[in-house]
Design a protein around this ligand. Structure first.
Ligand SMILES: Cc1cc2nc3c(=O)[nH]c(=O)nc-3n(C[C@H](O)[C@H](O)[C@H](O)COP(=O)(O)OP(=O)(O)OC[C@H]3O[C@@H](n4cnc5c(N)ncnc54)[C@H](O)[C@@H]3O)c2cc1C
Length: 383
């Protein structure tokens, strides 16, 4: 696919890409098939990535991060996606690039000092707990409540489909604090630490893909959270979450680009090597055109992603661009990976083949973080 590094990235960005790609090739890819069987990546992987500085790329330097801009997050997301292991990608990106930035954006200096060093160092794993059985795309239907009791908050409710629910110790959690409020008003954010009376997790979900990231439910039954763990202004939780939503959309778009490039790479290798008729499959125009179309569309979408990240890095608004990225790339990825599987024939349908895993692991991007139709609504609203 097109290489935009020289046009958009600084030497620091490129160095991170090079080092991260080498680290993933040497230390992740050989081990990850075993983690897929086990249903989670080991805690030691977070610690190793933390020690190498990969978990704090967008987080404050005073807590051990490197405060890179939005293009740094693009590099991070792409390289995780290129690993070809969606579970590894999800566990790590949810921790470092989805949940932790909510604490960075909204945490008081004391909260940041209490949590970010361990998160950046990979010593404690964090997740984002928003979705509920009755509140998915329509988050105003969330029913988890938090009521004041002296200095503390008492949480009641249930979260579901939470990545890192089992390996995680800290959850950025949304709950309604004003029972009389309607719609998006009256929600607040909390830093919830796992454990203690009234907190439990469900069984690990058996997912179709992302096998090496764990996922479960969180249950709160009169669970006590200290008052100091309210994150940001009371009653503004929904809006505070939405303020970071562009970061999340670009992060997901970056993972899609990484997966697309990896899928394209292995498909081209296969097509050029697979002998058929009087040559190889790559000689067939019907196949070449399909791949060429995917590659051209992917290049255009990648350019949109980099444009949005560059604007964001300059502090310019990107609400429309980020929604377009999230509306476009996951759908393109789904279509592309289907073509890649077809190009591999039966081999592409076999467990253990990289393209088969990619097929399963690309599916969640158009479901989570705002489903594609929700993104199209957002784009239409902004048009
Ligand atoms: C692998 C994976 C990991 C996840 N990790 C997390 C996590 O860590 N934390 C967390 O909080 N959540 C997580 N989620 C949950 C995810 O955020 C929700 O699945 C998502 O918000 C959609 O909610 P829902 O599944 O309840 O679908 P629903 O809200 O029931 O929607 C179902 C479908 O209806 C359609 N639809 C919805 N709204 C509209 C609309 N306005 N217009 C047209 N069509 C529409 C869409 O096609 C959508 O896919 C994860 C999900 C997956 C699959």
């Amino acid at each position: 696919m097109i290489d935009l590094d020289n046009d958009f990235l600084s030497p620091d960005h490129r160095q991170v890409r090079e080092q991260l790609r080498r680290f993933i090739a040497q230390e992740i890819v050989p081990e990850a098939p075993a983690w897929e069987e086990e249903g989670a990546i080991p805690a030691a992987v977070f610690q190793r990535m933390g020690a190498l500085g990969y978990l704090g790329l967008s987080l404050p330097a005073e807590h051990g991060g490197s405060e890179m801009d939005a293009l740094g997050s693009v590099v991070f997301g792409e390289e995780l996606g290129r690993s070809g292991f969606g579970g590894f990608m999800a566990a790590v990106s949810d921790h470092a690039d989805i949940a932790a930035p909510v604490i960075r954006r909204n945490g008081s200096p004391e909260q940041q000092a209490a949590y970010l060093p361990d998160i950046i160092g990979g010593r404690r794993i964090v997740g984002l707990a928003v979705t509920e059985p009755r509140g998915g795309s329509d988050l105003t239907r969330m029913q988890t409540t938090a009521r004041r009791d002296g200095d503390d908050w008492i949480l009641n409710g249930q979260k579901t489909f939470i990545t890192n629910a089992i390996c995680g110790e800290i959850f950025v959690t949304v709950a309604r604090t004003d029972p009389d409020a309607r719609g998006a008003a009256g929600f607040s954010l909390f830093i919830v630490e796992k454990g203690g009376r009234g907190f439990s997790t469900g069984k690990a979900f058996k997912k179709t893909g992302w096998l090496s990231s764990d996922m479960s439910e969180l249950f709160f039954e009169d669970f006590r959270v200290p008052g100091r763990n309210l994150l940001g202004e009371e009653g503004k939780g929904f809006y505070l979450m939405m303020q970071g939503i562009e970061h999340e959309r670009l992060s997901i778009g970056s993972q899609c680009v990484g997966m697309l490039e990896r899928g394209l790479e292995i498909t081209l290798q296969h097509l050029k090597a697979r002998e058929a008729y009087r040559g190889v499959l790559w000689d067939l125009q019907a196949i070449r055109h399909e791949i060429a179309r995917i590659a051209s569309e992917a290049a255009a979408a990648k350019l949109l992603l980099y444009h949005a990240a560059a604007r964001k890095s300059r502090g310019e608004p990107v609400r429309l661009e980020a929604a377009m990225v999230k509306a476009t790339l996951p759908e393109l990825l789904k279509r592309a990976v289907d073509v890649f599987v077809q190009a591999h024939g039966a081999q592409g349908y076999m467990r253990g083949s990289e393209i088969e895993r990619l097929w399963r692991d690309t599916r969640p991007h158009s479901l989570g973080g705002g489903a594609s139709s929700v993104m199209l609504d957002e784009v239409a609203k902004l048009l």
